[in-house]
Each structure stands twice: as structure tokens, then as C-alpha cells.
Write a protein that binds this ligand. Structure first.
Ligand code: PFF
Length: 454
């Protein structure tokens, strides 16, 4: 509650440490793997504008709301919601919001780890020159053979999960914070190097910029708006308790508004830079931007295998993807780990072991859904597609909606006001207006569209 000043699990050592860790959580596969292909599938510039509007109008206010809940509760999202529900004398069912977050994190990590495993495997392929001189058919068959091998899928997923848990087990300062201090700056440098490379492809570079930034609204459908919103939640890491958890480790005197704006801006800049780095390579090689989840794995290696400097650019690219995924993965499992410590009174090591094993097991099922279990389909999707759709497009926006409603309507105004401690009263009013009306209404309208009412 308000008088709890630190979390039993630890605390960030500074404002900068929190910004790095939360940026590490936000910047991930969502920015480098997902954003470019989603932009490609939804027509380019117009989608980017809708995406930016979602980040500013809904994303930043909800990030502030989620961080303030975490800092006020100072526990795992489940116990934080229980504490704050009691404090606000609200319906106890609100604590299921914390549960939904922990379950969403576990579901997301199960497939996230499989794709991050691809990044690891492709770093090796790039290093050993597997893409040299290959034509599109050759690269496609490397991808198809890789996806079709259950053992390779499970192997790389296992390595990635082990790396993730090796960080989480070290705790807040020595694990989460130290890894963010190391990986996040490298990640930015790698990305800038790749953008520098894209700039050397002049005509294609401008074609890429044109695709990303010149809007054609006729290509935008109602579904694209849902996808843009889901992507904003996913990319900022909102609606599932990760940022609530990171907020629980935030010292009292740090401004939630300023840090939220910096984190959202960093995340958006990385997504745009990833697009700026990737599309010129796609266009320069006559590839299609709308190629779906395989975009960077099926198309970029063609370029890496045939361009000057492709060996090193290819390695850098996949290492970048791996680092980005790792700093996000730790935030996806941290809420479950802390809940086990709090509720089951186990040590961090045991909590990591159980939560890691459970996530690994579901991840194995996801890995197999690309090959031996590919025949198992629900709503025309394999397990990977299903888990991705349900988490990004349903659970995260519903989580965000509930967070906004709880902070805007249930929590006492003086409590949210004192947590945010904004210098200007009209900033508080603007934020409150967004969490009370804009964010819930936007999420609700998009859902009405999905169920066919609008
Ligand atoms: N934001 C991460 C990405 O863009 O890849 C994924 C993610 C992290 C989603 C943390 C949700 C979350 F809580």
C-alpha cells in the first residue's frame, strides 16, 4: 500500500536503470520481427500513423497507469491487485486482472522463446556462411527444413529458455538490471549500424522510407486498426503485468510520466529504425514486404548471402534480434516468479525452476506445432498462431482496458494523483481523461468491430 516503500524482491538502482530495463522489456521481437511484417501486410504508411496514434493516445497513459499500480502495490501483479483492490474497497474479483497478466506472460513467452530460438539458430547459420550465394528458393528451403525439424526447434527453444532463466534467477539488480545495462546499449548500436548499411542502398532506402511514411488510407481496414492497437500493447509490453512488475521495483521519487514517455519513445524509434533497416533490403532484392512471420527469416538471408558485407551484417542482425528478445523474455516471466516466491514461500531458484519448466513445456508444444503437430488446427490456426492471436489481440487489450478502468474509475483520485505527482494539474487531468474515457472507449470500439457489431 501507500506506505510500502520498497519491494521484498529488490529495487532498481536508479532512474536510468529502470528506463533501460523497461526499454529492454518493450524492445523485442515485436519491434524487429513483428512490426515490419505487420506494416507490410497492412499497407505501410497509413498503418504506421494509426500505430503512432495508438501509442500516444492509449499506450503512454496505460503505461503510466500500469507502472503506478505496480509501484503502489510493490508485489507481483496478482498480490498487487489484491492489495490495491482492498485499499480501494473494490470488488475482490479485480485481482483476476493480476492472474490474467501472469497467464498472458506465460503464454507469450512460450512462443516468444521459440522464435527467439530461431534468431539464435540463424546467428549460427549466418556465421557459418549458410546463406552464401543462395537464391530465394535455396533460402526458403533452409527455412522450411529448419521449421520442419522438431529437434532443432526444441533445441534452440531450450537454449533460449535456459539463458532467460539464468538471468531471472540472479534477481532484480544482478540479473534484470545488469543484463539490461549490457544488452540495451549494444542493441541500439547494432541497429544504427544496420540503418547505416541500408542508407548505402540509396534508391531502395528511399523506397523503404516511402513505404513506411507515405500514407495510403485506402489500404487500411478496420482489422488493421485492431492489429495496430494489439501491436502497440504488445510492443510496449502493456496489459499483462510486466511493466506493473517493473514499477514495483521503482524508487518512490522517480517520475512515472517522464519515464513512460521516454520508454514509449525509445520503443517506437526502434520499431521505425527496424523498418528503415529492413525494407530497403527487402526492396533491393525484389522481395515482398507482406511476407508474414517468415519475413526476416525467409527474405533477409537472401540479401545477406548475396550482398557485400552480408556475412557481418547477417550476424549482427540476428544477434540484435536475440539480445532484444532476451531482455523482453525476462520481463515476461518475472511476474510468475515473484508470485511463486510470495505465495508459495519458495526461494527464487525454485520459483525460476518451476515457472521456467512450465513455460518450456508449453513452448515445446508450440515448437512442434510448426512440424509434427501442424495438422492440429483450431479456428484455422496452428498452436503458435492461436497463442499469438489470443494474447496480442485479446488478452493484452482486455488487460489494458481493465487497468485503465481500475485506475480511472476504481482507485481513489488522491492515490493516483500522489503516485504520479505531476507538476501541472492540467497534465493530471489530461492523463485522467485518457484512462477514464479515451483508452477504454478505443479498446471497446475495436472489440465491437471484431465481433461484427460495428
Ligand atoms: N514488448 C515485447 C516485444 O515487443 O517484443 C514483448 C513483450 C514484453 C510483450 C513484455 C509483453 C510484455 F509484457
Amino acid at each position: 500500500m501507500a506506505d510500502i516503500t520498497t519491494s521484498q524482491h529488490g529495487q532498481w538502482s536508479s532512474r536510468f536503470a529502470f528506463i533501460l530495463a523497461a526499454t529492454g522489456s518493450a524492445v523485442g521481437l515485436g519491434n524487429i520481427w513483428k512490426f515490419p511484417y505487420i506494416v507490410g501486410q497492412n499497407g505501410g504508411g497509413a498503418f504506421v500513423i494509426v500505430y503512432l496514434l495508438c501509442v500516444i493516445g492509449i499506450g503512454i497513459p496505460i503505461m503510466m497507469a500500469e507502472t503506478l499500480l505496480g509501484r503502489r502495490g510493490r508485489h507481483s501483479p496478482i498480490n498487487t491487485m489484491e492489495i490495491l483492490t482492498t485499499e480501494a474497497k473494490a470488488d475482490p474479483n479485480w485481482h483476476y486482472l493480476g492472474w490474467m497478466g501472469v497467464v498472458a506472460g506465460f503464454l507469450i513467452l512460450s512462443y516468444y522463446s521459440v522464435i527467439a530460438g530461431w534468431a539464435l539458430a540463424y546467428t549460427g547459420k549466418a556465421f557459418f556462411g549458410s546463406f552464401f550465394g543462395e537464391n530465394p528458393a535455396g533460402i526458403a528451403s533452409i527455412y522450411d527444413n529448419f521449421i520442419a525439424s522438431p529437434w532443432q526447434q526444441v533445441f534452440w527453444h531450450t537454449i533460449f529458455m535456459t539463458a532467460t532463466m539464468a538471468i531471472v534467477v540472479r534477481g532484480v539488480e544482478s540479473g534484470l538490471e545488469k543484463s539490461a545495462r549490457f544488452f540495451v546499449p549494444i542493441l541500439f548500436v547494432l541497429l544504427v549500424l544496420l540503418v547505416g548499411y541500408a542508407m548505402t542502398k540509396e534508391t531502395y532506402y528511399f523506397q523503404g522510407l516511402h513505404f513506411l511514411f507515405s500514407p495510403d488510407f485506402s489500404k487500411l481496414s478496420g482489422d488493421s486498426v485492431l492489429v495496430a492497437m494489439g501491436q502497440a500493447f504488445f510492443s510496449l509490453g502493456l496489459g499483462m503485468g510486466a511493466i506493473m512488475m517493473y514499477g514495483a521495483y521503482l524508487p518512490k521519487d522517480i517520475s512515472i510520466a517522464k519515464t513512460s514517455i521516454i520508454i514509449a519513445a525509445a520503443d517506437t524509434v526502434v520499431a521505425l529504425l527496424a523498418g528503415i533497416a529492413i525494407f530497403p533490403i527487402v526492396f533491393a532484392n525484389g522481395l515482398t514486404p507482406a511476407d508474414g512471420p517468415g519475413l526476416i527469416f525467409k527474405t533477409l538471408p537472401i540479401a545477406f548471402g548475396n550482398m557485400t558485407g552480408g556475412w557481418i551484417v547477417g550476424i549482427l542482425f540476428f544477434v540484435l534480434l536475440f539480445f532484444a528478445a532476451l531482455t523482453s523474455a525476462v520481463s515476461l516471466i518475472e511476474p510468475a516468479v515473484t508470485w511463486l516466491i510470495e505465495a508459495r514461500k519458495v526461494d527464487r531458484y525454485t520459483a525460476c525452476l518451476w515457472s521456467g519448466l512450465l513455460t518450456w513445456a508449453l513452448g515445446v508444444a508450440v515448437a512442434l506445432s510448426f512440424n509434427v503437430w501442424s495438422g492440429f488446427k483450431l479456428f484455422n490456426q496452428n498452436l503458435f498462431g492461436l497463442v499469438d492471436y489470443v494474447t496480442s489481440n485479446l488478452m493484452l487489450p482486455i488487460g489494458g482496458f481493465c487497468i485503465a478502468v481500475f485506475v480511472g474509475w476504481i482507485m481513489k483520485q488522491e492515490d493516483s494523483e500522489s503516485e504520479l505527482a505531476l507538476s501541472q494539474p492540467h497534465f493530471y487531468k489530461m492523463w485522467k481523461f485518457s484512462v477514464c474515457y479515451i483508452a477504454p472507449a478505443a479498446v471497446f470500439l475495436v472489440f465491437l468491430h471484431v465481433v461484427g457489431v460495428l
